[in-house]
Structures are given as structure tokens and as C-alpha cells.
Write a protein that binds this ligand. Structure first.
Ligand code: AIR
Length: 438
């Protein structure tokens, strides 16, 4: 029987999102699940999200005005996203039955935490016909930081020197070769700085390896001028990048993002180019957070490193997150379309929005300053609420834990050419004014 795709498309466009999805896939077999329909409509499809933390919550917030519903899967009942999403399936990230239910209720699956299980998602996607974006193969690459680095290096993306380590001797040899300190990283399972341990000297090698507990890798410590990131989005046939953000970390945890980054034009251009090269390697649509180092100065050959060590102002890849990223939260107020709206558009195969800057913006994380786990509430938010251009984002986490990301505050300038230094100072004051209560 011959099928006339055009007629079929029109007929099914009048029916439900689920039927539309299967037809889209049928029409585009072998074509990366691309939807060939020319008309889009709202109320639209449903996105199933593995993970229901703050990223899922902000994704649901951004999807709602588009008429797109979000169902999340998360093991914590009443997870942050549950308060704004259509529904929550309470299940572990690798729970087959839970993910099957999610896939059956959604037109596309995505994830907002790397602890999502790529094998389960791939299998269920095959069974149910619900596509997953970014692709499970991408998650597999990203899951293991060593595999991630190797693949990117092979693709010509500039990375700091790195290697696998089996034992403390390997760490000590790396210190000999790269110079101290080095950065020891858990190959899998780490996020929000967990699993990254700077090793200052050979004497610390043993203890550092024990704290990582599991397969590890080591990287040369980059002497950076600044840490920057590019939030990039991969659509059907397009890649868009947001203006680069300058990131400040303490204890391996992101504290603030400043946009635009105070880098030169040449460095900015290079960062965008590297981000595009990274996205060429990644499979599947969606938003990616690309963390980069802008190097400070050339290393001397006397430290044992080779001649092709980084030069001043060079860009080196640090890590990639195949999802919206903490350093892209500024886009909610600071860009024409937020990273969350872009992610929704991208995974649905919809046209992407503009990534243009609205105005210089600083975002500052609200990290729980508690010594032990306790129920959380934020007090003294008055100053944020009273400041023009300031926006509070509270994630709705019931429990505060030391340095847990509980929310963030964003401050945007009124003038497109405003210098970011003053904004940064003011944002720091706003963050200092709030207090955690219980
Ligand atoms: N997240 C995922 N990878 C890195 C981060 N920060 C977000 C996701 C996830 C949440 O952090 O939204 O669901 C988990 O936060 P927590 O505080 O429960 O560990």
C-alpha cells in the first residue's frame, strides 16, 4: 500500500499529540525522529522528564505558556518539579515500570539529571516508540568523564591533559607529569561538584582516591583566568548558543554567573566555536551546558609538560552537561528565550527561540548554609522583592542540606550596555540578606 505522507499528516494533525507523534516518526523513519509536519499547535504535546529537581521545575514553568505539559519521574515524593508539573511518577531513575509509564504518557522523553539510566530509557523508547532527547548514547558518553574527554579530544575539541588512574601511584605519577595540584575526578556519578577533588601534593593522593571511591581519572589543573560556560541548544537542523557566562565556583560548587562574561571578543568567539564543535559530537536535540576554562598563561616547558600546552586566552573544555545547566539560569530573565524554553522547543522538534541577551544579568545561587539536614524555609527575602530587576527563584526543596542548591536570585540591569561589576556587587548583597530558617 502506498501512503501519501502529506494527507496523512493533515489528518493526524487534527487528532491527539500521541497519534501525531507516531505518525511523525513513521514519516521520518531513519531521519532522527524528525517531525515532518509543517503546522504546530497548542495545547501541544507532553514532555516526560526523568528527574524532578529544580531543572525539571523550571522546565515545567517554561513549557506551560507554550501549552506543553510536563510529567516528571523522581524518587522523592513532592519533588521540586511536582509543584508545577502536570504530574509526578514516584520512582527511581532506573525503574523500568515507572519509565514505561512516563514514556506512555509523553510524546518525548528527556532527563534533567545524569543519574538517569540510559539503558532503561533506550530500551523503553524502543518498546514504546517514544523518542528520547538528548539520545541515550550521548548520556552514556557523558556518564563516564574519561570516555567523555576521550571522545571530545578525538573530535579535536581542546581539553586539558588527562588520564585514567587505578591507584595512588598513578595519581603521584600524574603530579610528576602535570605538576601539582591535579584534579582527581570520579569518572561516574558526580554532580554539583561531588566527586571532584583537588590533590595538592603526592602525600594527599591516597586520601583523595579514597574519597572518590570508584573508578577515577586525573586532569592537569588548569591555571585559568576565568571559568566560562556556553549554553548551547541543538534543534533539528540548527545550533544556537547563548552569550557566554562567567562562572565563579567555590569548593567545586557554582556560586555565581555573570553575563556577559568579561572576556575579550576573540575569546568569546573561540568559546562559541568550541561549543559548536562539542554539539557536533553530541547526539540528540536539547540544551547542553558546556563548561570551559579561559587560560591565564603559558606553562613553561620545565614543568614536564609538552610544548603544546595552553596559551594565554585559550579555551579548554572542562565538562559537558546534556541538559539545562545551573550557569544558564540567568537566561530566564536575561535572554529573549530561556534555556528551559529552548530545551522544550528542541526536544519537541519545534523551532528554537532567540538566544539574544536582553540585558546584562548576574545570577547567584542560594546554597543552604546549614550544618546538618533540616526542613527548609527562606527568610528575609524582602530586599530581593523590593529591588527592581531582581528575581527570586526558590526551588521548593523541603529539606536543606549543607551547600544544597535551594534557589537562586537573578539581577538584570536596565541598560543593555551596563557594566556587570555593579550588578555583581548588588546581587551579592541581595544574596547575603536572606537567611535560612526552620
Ligand atoms: N541537577 C542535575 N544535575 C546537576 C544538578 N544540579 C539538578 C536537577 C536534579 C537536582 O539538581 O534538577 O533533579 C537534584 O538536586 P538535589 O539537591 O536534590 O541533589
Amino acid at each position: 500500500m502506498s501512503i501519501r505522507p502529506g494527507l496523512l499528516t493533515v489528518a493526524v494533525a487534527k487528532r491527539s499529540g500521541i497519534e501525531r507523534r507516531s505518525v511523525c516518526e513513521f514519516l521520518s523513519a531513519g531521519d532522527d525522529n524528525r517531525c515532518t509536519m509543517t503546522t504546530l499547535r497548542t495545547p501541544g504535546p507532553t514532555i516526560g522528564v526523568v528527574g524532578g529537581g529544580q531543572l525539571g521545575r523550571m522546565l515545567a514553568e517554561a513549557a506551560a505558556p507554550l501549552g506543553v505539559e510536563v510529567v516528571v519521574l523522581d524518587p522523592t515524593p513532592d519533588c521540586p518539579a511536582a509543584l508545577v508539573a502536570r504530574d509526578q511518577i514516584v520512582a527511581e531513575f532506573d525503574d523500568e515500570a515507572g519509565i514505561r509509564e512516563l514514556a506512555e504518557r509523553a510524546d518525548v522523553l528527556t532527563f534533567e539529571i545524569e543519574l538517569a539510566d540510559q539503558d532503561v530509557m533506550a530500551r523503553i523508547s524502543e518498546e514504546t516508540g517514544t523518542p528520547v532527547h538528548p539520545k541515550p548514547s550521548t548520556l552514556e558518553t557523558i556518564h563516564d568523564k574519561l570516555v567523555q574527554k576521550r571522545e571530545l579530544e578525538d573530535a579535536g575539541v581542546p581539553v586539558p591533559p588527562f588520564r585514567a588512574v587505578e591507584d595512588a601511584d598513578d595519581v603521584r605519577t600524574a603530579i610528576d607529569d602535570y605538576g601539582a595540584p591535579v584534579m582527581l575526578k570520579a569518572r561516574t556519578g558526580g554532580y554539583d561538584g561531588r566527586g571532584n577533588v583537588p590533590v595538592e601534593s603526592k602525600a594527599d593522593a591516597e586520601a583523595a582516591l579514597e574519597s572518590v571511591a570508584g573508578p577515577a581519572m586525573v586532569e592537569s589543573f588548569v591555571d585559568f583566568e576565568r571559568e566560562i560556560s556556553v549554553i548551547a541548544v541543538k534543534g533539528d537542523d540548527e545550533i544556537e548558543t547563548f552569550p557566554i557566562g562567567e562562572n565563579v565556583h567555590e569548593e567545586e560548587i557554582l556560586r555565581e554567573t555573570i553575563v556577559p562574561a568579561r572576556s575579550s571578543e576573540a575569546v568569546t568567539e573561540r568559546a562559541h566555536a568550541v561549543a559548536r564543535d562539542v554539539l557536533d559530537v553530541m547526539e540528540g536535540r536539547g540544551v547542553y551546558g558546556i563548561e570551559l576554562f579561559e587560560t591565564r598563561e603559558a606553562r613553561s616547558a620545565s614543568d614536564g609538560s609538552s610544548d603544546d600546552q595552553p596559551r594565554e586566552g585559550e579555551i579548554l573544555l572542562n565538562e559537558i552537561a546534556p541538559r539545562p545547566h545551573n550557569s544558564g539560569h540567568w537566561t530566564i530573565e536575561g535572554a529573549q528565550s530561556s534555556q528551559f524554553e529552548q530545551h522544550a522547543r528542541a526536544v519537541l522538534s519545534w523551532p528554537l527561540g532567540s538566544t539574544e541577551l536582553r540585558s546584562p544579568t548576574v545570577s547567584k545561587n542560594l546554597l543552604a548554609d546549614v550544618e546538618a539536614e533540616r526542613p527548609a524555609q527562606l527568610g528575609d527575602i524582602d530586599e530581593i522583592l523590593e529591588t527592581p530587576g531582581a528575581h527570586l527563584h526558590w526551588y521548593g526543596k523541603r529539606q536543606a542540606r549543607p551547600l544544597r542548591k535551594m534557589g537562586h536570585v537573578t539581577l538584570s540591569g536596565g541598560d543593555p550596555d551596563e557594566a556587570v561589576d555593579e550588578l555583581l556587587e548588588r546581587a551579592r548583597e541581595l544574596e547575603a540578606a536572606v537567611t535560612f530558617r526552620w
